[in-house]
Design a protein around this ligand. Structure first.
Ligand code: RI2
Length: 314
């Protein structure tokens, strides 16, 4: 049985109290650390089994953001030692080094992304991405004036989180409904979004609506920049697997009262969509910026030809 902190983190990820691919990854690593600290396992085998069970519980919360299994793999891979104590220490160290890497990657990515933003530029955002905002933050730190058109991002209106953050940084913000995006693209110099997963062919899996925005941006000639640290590269896609798109509760789209009023309708609520590489100008990572079609080279270098499932029951 995972310790209560793992259970709590798993519930918070599933309920989107903790959300955003990078934050989910960090919370998962923290939860594995909590499991290690609280473990009363009687043997190294029992400790390892507990860690695998905790990782499975966390893995099963949301299916699309690959940062979650990538974080779990990172920590489990570092488990080392012949005693429970040694295993505990190695887990705690692995979680700490994961957190360091995450923070460094986002800072480095921000510096690279900021080079694409000129003084006086306006960006259009979709949903809320800490990787995307790191680029704006770094541009502001370079002394550039940046403005933003922030898409509301139905159904959960996560654009509001972006708007709030940008206002805290004194960035002038205009919030628009999603359907107004094309009207405002002419006023924007970049579309700037994050990613939950990037596939080997350079497809970008991000909050639903990204693909529609990208097609419209291409038609208007506005460049589309995806900010995604390498933790978002989906290694399973190297071997032909596809990325599962999370379907969320229908009530996020229509309340029960609205449905009662409208009548008997089917409601679908996919949380993400896939933007083909031809609509993306650059994927900005902490290792540099890449045309989407060449991201596979970096993916091979970092993840080899595929991955294991170190959380599997043995
Ligand atoms: P960072 C979010 O998904 C959004 O789709 C966002 O673009 C992506 O995660 C990446 O976020 P959700 O968890 O890692 O809100 O850049 O469904 O913060």
């Amino acid at each position: 049985m995972p310790v209560p902190e793992v259970e709590r983190t798993a519930e918070d990820i599933a309920d989107m109290e903790i959300r955003g691919a990078a934050s989910i990854a960090e919370a998962a690593a923290d939860a594995l650390e909590a499991q290690a600290r609280a473990s009363e396992a009687a043997s190294p085998d029992a400790f390892r089994a507990e860690m695998r069970a905790a990782a499975r519980r966390l893995r099963d919360t949301r299916p699309t953001a690959v940062s979650l299994p990538n974080a779990l793999r990172y920590v489990l891979r570092e488990l080392d030692g012949d005693s429970v104590e040694a295993l505990r220490v190695s887990t705690i160290e692995a979680a700490a080094s994961f957190r360091d890497q995450l923070e460094r990657a986002q800072d480095d990515l921000g510096d690279i992304g900021a080079n694409r933003l000129q003084d006086g530029d306006t960006v259009m955002t979709h949903c809320h991405s800490t990787d995307a905002l790191a680029c704006v933050r770094a541009a502001l730190d370079d002394g550039k004036h940046i403005e933003a058109v922030v898409k509301e991002t139905r159904p959960r209106k996560q654009g509001h989180i972006t708007a709030k953050q940008l206002r805290e940084w004194d960035v002038p913000v205009t919030v628009v409904v999603d359907n107004a995006a094309r009207r405002y693209l002419d006023d924007c110099d970049h579309v700037l979004v994050g990613a939950d997963s990037i596939a080997a062919d350079g497809s970008v899996i991000n909050k639903v609506g990204t693909s529609l925005l990208a097609v419209a941006a291409r038609e208007r000639g506005t460049p589309i920049m995806v900010a995604a640290q390498t933790l978002k590269l989906h290694p399973d896609t190297l071997t032909g697997h596809t990325v599962e798109i999370e379907m969320r509760d229908e009530s996020e789209v229509m309340t029960d009262a609205e449905r009662a009023e409208v009548g008997d309708v089917a409601v679908e609520n996919p949380a993400f969509d896939v933007t083909p590489p031809r609509y993306v100008d650059a994927i900005v990572t902490e290792r540099g910026q890449f045309p989407p079609e060449s991201i596979v080279t970096l993916m091979r270098e970092l993840y080899g030809e595929g991955t294991t499932e170190p959380w599997a029951e043995t």
